[in-house]
Design a protein around this ligand. Sequence first.
Ligand SMILES: Cc1cc2nc3c(=O)[nH]c(=O)nc-3n(C[C@H](O)[C@H](O)[C@H](O)COP(=O)(O)OP(=O)(O)OC[C@H]3O[C@@H](n4cnc5c(N)ncnc54)[C@H](O)[C@@H]3O)c2cc1C
Length: 286
Amino acid sequence: MNAVSPEPWKDRFRGIRVVEVRRVAAVTPLMRRITLGGPELAGVPRGPNVKILIPPKGLAPEWPLRGPDGGPIWPAPERRPVTRTYSVRRDRRAEQEIDVDFVLHGHGPAAAWAADAQPGDVVGIGGPGGLSVREADFYLLAGDHSALPAIARILEDLPPAATGRAFIEVPGADERQPLAHPDGVEIVWLHRTEEAGRSALLAEAVEAMAWPERGRVFACIAAESTTARALKAYVRDERGLDRREFLAMGYWRLGMSETDYHREHDHDRGDEYHQNRRELAPNHAD
Ligand SMILES: Cc1cc2nc3c(=O)[nH]c(=O)nc-3n(C[C@H](O)[C@H](O)[C@H](O)COP(=O)(O)OP(=O)(O)OC[C@H]3O[C@@H](n4cnc5c(N)ncnc54)[C@H](O)[C@@H]3O)c2cc1C
């Protein structure tokens, strides 16, 4: 009989941890909270987001292993997990668990998995990755439904005296959720009427905001690719923010899986993002 390694993640590509679904809960009709946990979470550094590896339905999970050169050795294509990026909504490390809030958008494998997930289901976790805001006098947060978990966490972590505005686009009033936030940060809910990814509402609302006349602004932008690109161009080219004064990233791209969006467009992050990452979180994975 093979002995089970006390640190089995050391044999896996990028130290992937295996965790199980502990609880599921509806946050709103189209947002499902999955609590993932287990002893392998111990010692994983904290960060704003994680890669979630979802095994094919109905098959025993298999994970990419660390090859001799550090690269991945993937399971056969039909047994290979899909990798998707999600925000860590809450991190309760003492209880060895994290919450991840999934939009049930109805198209991809991660959304489908989240819709059906049950306690005891197993996924892999890689990371952490991502960056968070830098200190500023005014915080401009702009995101769509998929960015709501990230914005909710940023709002909770801002200093109590922070000022700013958070624009959040959701499919309708049912998708609003109570958010803890500093009194000086106004929450603006935007209800889109078009299909996800085809609405200009978020970009229009941000561009219509009266820009602060003084003080340092920090902008955090996370949405479908077209909106993320438009808002990055707006804050950088029209409002003159330097790369240290904004984070902008496409969280998804209409008509494309995350795998393809990452490969073909690098989530629209651009050089600014990578320079910021080298400065702020050199140990985070991409
Ligand atoms: C840093 C980061 C953090 C993120 N955090 C979260 C999070 O906390 N919660 C969350 O729900 N998402 C989050 N996302 C977005 C999530 O990774 C993508 O939505 C991802 O594409 C979902 O994978 P999937 O397998 O469901 O769909 P995919 O297989 O990637 O895509 C299948 C189809 O669904 C479409 N699609 C993908 N996402 C959406 C969407 N949100 N709405 C409508 N159509 C969509 C695609 O255009 C494609 O046509 C985050 C992304 C990044 C980069």
